[in-house]
Design a binder for this molecule. Structure first.
Ligand code: CMC
Length: 392
């Protein structure tokens, strides 16, 4: 084991080559397959961006129509899978429900799990993209005791998700095109981010040749953590604590800077972005537009802007190059749309799904892929002799 180098957190170790997403953390650049995130945010849709990430180029009109039609065919869940939701406690967090249901897809589609069969990977890709919004909506419905709605395939993916989440069978659900557009945009901004914690997890699990569902389920669990996808929930909880006057903004910032109880300014800082997060810049504008429309969360938005203002002028944050990340404003937007805090990370998962799929497919097709198996630096005892229990 002589020749190993310790790199805790892999801050300086590349685990693969990849042609999917480019990030320049110093310049604040993010591109999917070469296209700047700003252009995709302005002109693309979530499904078109998903196609781009997974297949490598923007689809022609026919290719996009075909892709969308195939996804629509698979939006329903098997009735037996629907039954799973009844087994979870009412107060279950929707993230483990989501990962469990995705893991269970391996039991429903046992004939399409071969990672090296192109057609099987293709149908698994479509099933995941089609079913995750339904699974997410059912996890929510279960938590509030409302009936599950079947998907309506006349609707787009985002429209369907909103209807299955907020609609009830008794009344028609009014789809607000501005909300649909905002959700679609947020999904685009989350769609991939090269070798982050959950994506690396998907690749590592997949490197053992585990199937796509198993690998994505692992990625969802990695995303659940508060330092990763769970940050959007943590940001809102932080803002609400300040709002409820548990402590003032200044007191809170003092605690952060003194690292009291390890408290951090959630939604700030990034392993790669050291100047600004280009996704945060786009989202900040959306936050203002949507909050104006829904009229909700004004006070929380003010607290967030105040925290940002203080942080950007404070030596502690400046020296450490800590800027708002993608999650700083997303929670506010989701809340004003009516999503409960616990659903925020689920929305992140819906967005990140095409990235996980694209990265898993790239990994499995790459002839240089080896099973992921990091080394360690051993710090334990040297050799010693076993002592019988009556002599200890
Ligand atoms: N608030 C206060 N201090 C911070 C923060 C923060 N949000 N982030 C980093 N620091 C400090 C940290 O204590 C350390 O200080 P020192 O040099 O004195 O020890 C220094 O800045 C460097 O931090 P690090 O933890 O070594 O940086 P990292 O690259 O390992 O962590 C991070 C990146 C995103 C996990 C971290 O910045 C963080 O915990 N942020 C809050 C959680 C968050 O918003 N996560 C969402 C990330 S973006 C969405 C996603 O991809 O999941």
């Amino acid at each position: 084991t002589g020749n190993v180098t310790l790199d805790a957190g892999f801050t300086n170790t590349a685990s693969c080559t990849s042609a999917i997403t480019y990030i320049d953390g110093d310049a604040g650049i993010l591109r999917y397959r070469g296209y700047p995130i700003e252009q995709l945010a302005k002109s693309s849709t979530f499904l078109e961006t998903s196609y781009l990430l997974i297949y490598g180029s923007l689809p022609t009109p026919t290719e996009l129509a075909d892709f969308e039609a195939r996804i629509r065919e698979h939006t329903m869940l098997h009735e037996d899978l629907k039954g799973f939701f009844q087994g979870f406690p009412r107060d279950a967090h929707p993230m483990p429900v989501l990962s469990s249901a995705v893991s269970a897809l391996s039991t429903f589609y046992q004939d399409s799990l071969d990672p090296f069969d192109q057609e099987q990977v293709e149908i698994s890709t479509i099933r995941l993209l089609a079913k995750l919004p339904t699974i997410a909506a059912y996890a929510y419905k279960k938590s509030i005791g409302q009936p599950f709605l079947y998907p309506d395939n006349d609707l787009s993916l985002v429209e369907n998700f909103l209807r299955m989440t907020f609609g009830v069978p008794a009344t028609a659900y009014d789809i607000d095109p501005d909300i649909v557009k905002a959700v679609d945009l947020l999904l685009i901004l989350h769609a991939d981010h090269e070798q982050n914690c959950s994506t690396s997890t998907v690749r590592l699990v997949g490197s053992s040749q585990a199937n796509l569902f198993a690998s994505v389920s692992a990625g969802i669990n990695a995303l659940f953590g508060p330092l990763h996808g769970g940050a959007n929930q943590a940001v809102l909880e932080m803002l609400e604590r300040i709002q409820s006057a548990e402590y003032s903004t200044d007191e809170f910032m003092k605690r952060v800077k003194n690292k009291e109880d390890g408290v951090r300014l959630m939604g700030f800082g990034h392993r790669v972005y050291k100047n600004y997060d280009p996704r945060a810049a786009i989202i900040k504008d959306t936050a203002h537009t949507i909050l104006e429309k829904t009229g909700g969360g004004d006070e929380l938005l003010e607290i967030a802007m105040r925290l940002e203002e203080i942080a950007l002028a404070d030596d502690y944050f400046v020296e450490r190059k800590l800027y708002p990340n993608v999650d700083f404003y997303t929670g506010l937007i989701y809340k004003s749309m009516g999503f409960p805090t616990r659903m925020f990370t689920v929305l992140f998962a819906l967005g990140r799904l095409p990235g996980w799929i694209a990265q898993w497919r790239e990994m499995i097709q790459d002839p240089t892929t080896k099973i992921g198996r990091p080394r360690q630096v051993y710090t334990g005892e040297g050799e010693r002799d076993y002592v019988a229990i009556d002599q200890r």
